[in-house]
Design a protein around this ligand. Sequence first.
Ligand SMILES: [Fe+2]
Length: 414
Amino acid sequence: MFRRLCRRGAVNVASPAFTDVKLTEAAVRRAGKQVQVKFSDGSEFLMHGLWLRDACRDAYFVSESAGERYLDKIVFKASGAHADGCVKETRVVDGSLEADWAWLEPYSGFAGVPAPDLRCKALFKNQGIPDQFQHREFESVMTSEEANLEMLQSLMKHGVIIMDNVTPAEDASVLLHFANQCLGGMQKDPARESPNWIIQKKESAKSVSYAQTVRLNNHTDQSVAAHGVPALLLVVNYVHGTGCNTLVDGYAVAEALRERDPAAFKLLSTYGNCQERDFIRSRVDSAQEGTQTMLITTKQPIIQTDPAGGIVRIQYNEVFRTPSTVPFEHFEEWYRAYTLFNEMIHGPEFEVQVPIGKGQMLILDNWRVLHGRAGGKSSHDRVIMGGTVVREAFHSRAIRLMGAQYPVSDYVDL
Ligand SMILES: [Fe+2]
């Protein structure tokens, strides 16, 4: 496993992350097969010479302009040595590696990566106050990479960030610019020309999403759930008017369910919940033109866990639920669990109402936080535009802001 120390706190992307760390000692070990190095911050590494040669990223092996290895520099003949266990970390002084990267690790996409450690998350319930969420200044995040990184870290800790004093715009330009610059880029929808959606008042709307005066139940956005995995972030820009969103910490609900009714938790984290979304029909009230038909079906548990039982994500949207395929002998108990979960995410203990309006943007961790719309609280001129950001885009932006290569772990039990 490759490991390296990095500095705590925000890192300036423009400069390498380790410029203030000096090499203090280096020695050749095991008859030239290994190298031991020590650095001024106290870290110490043991590396295979073979690994050093293979990992070299200098101009001889890697094209700077293309960001690719030169294929004719690959050594195909086995040298008799093994490249596994390439670097052995012998000492980490203050454990700062884990501290700096722990927030990002669950979103690496690497096979077997554990669910988020909930000790890194500030789980929330309804505190009964007008606005219990974190706010950040739009201009600051747009103009400072340090503020951008801090916002992303806070988002993944708290689940929700509200951006204030967002630059006014009549179209989606500000939203898209922000998503592309600060979140990694908005997910492209194959059935629509523009990546963002627009929701505005429509009389006699058939889809509940567009019927702004009525309540929209709490859900996670499915968008195009590639391989059944929904996008990680949801961003919504209030272009006009005011509204009141409902927000629920799905991790807090799931953990409470695990504690209060373990059998219900087990059922909801075991059996798939069938959903189907017809992207043409569900947008019957949209002002945007569809470009093609698209029908996406998913069958994932509402509460998704890793093998150790840690909660990875909540995936739930009642409007798209289709007939259940839970086995006959378990259906009644599954349905009881599903009803209990539905009550919890709409009950006063967990559901939080937050007023939000023009000049603000709402950003959510869509794997964790369910969102909805309170009934009868939207102004008639409410216009919101939004979209989703997939895990890959978010992770790409985050590691760029961290200014270093991701320290890849092996999650396989050998
Ligand atoms: Fe939604």
